[in-house]
Design a protein around this ligand. Structure first.
Ligand code: ZN
Length: 109
């Protein structure tokens, strides 16, 4: 299946952990080979950083929050026009392929 979600899109979580369900966020990274996306504020993990010395610099200990990738099948694109989670169809014309919202027929790109 071709990935129809791009960086900068808004998506909603449709399945996965309960705390993230129905959360919306902006796609900050797409990992097409893994069929995963990184969504701002979704699937937050905490990394415990120990104090380390590298090349004369000291990195302070602490907890770093970061977004872990989620499977693309767990999110759905939110159409910027009708503001609803939607599927898209791809329309090809002389300018190339464009995504079209199946609900309101608006061109998303
Ligand atoms: Zn729409």
């Amino acid at each position: 299946m071709k990935v129809k979600i791009r960086k900068g899109d808004t998506v909603v979580v449709i399945s996965g952990s309960l705390e993230d369900k129905e959360k919306r966020g902006e796609v900050i990274n797409v990992l097409p080979d893994e069929h995963r996306v990184v969504v701002q504020g979704v699937n937050l993990r905490t990394k415990h950083q120990r104090q380390v010395q590298t090349q004369g610099r000291t990195i302070n200990p602490g907890r770093i929050k970061f977004e872990a990738p989620v499977d693309i099948s767990n999110v759905m694109l939110v159409c910027p026009h009708c503001n609803q989670p939607t599927r898209v169809r791809v329309q090809r014309d002389e300018e190339g392929a464009r995504r079209v919202c199946k609900k309101c027929q608006a061109v998303i790109d």
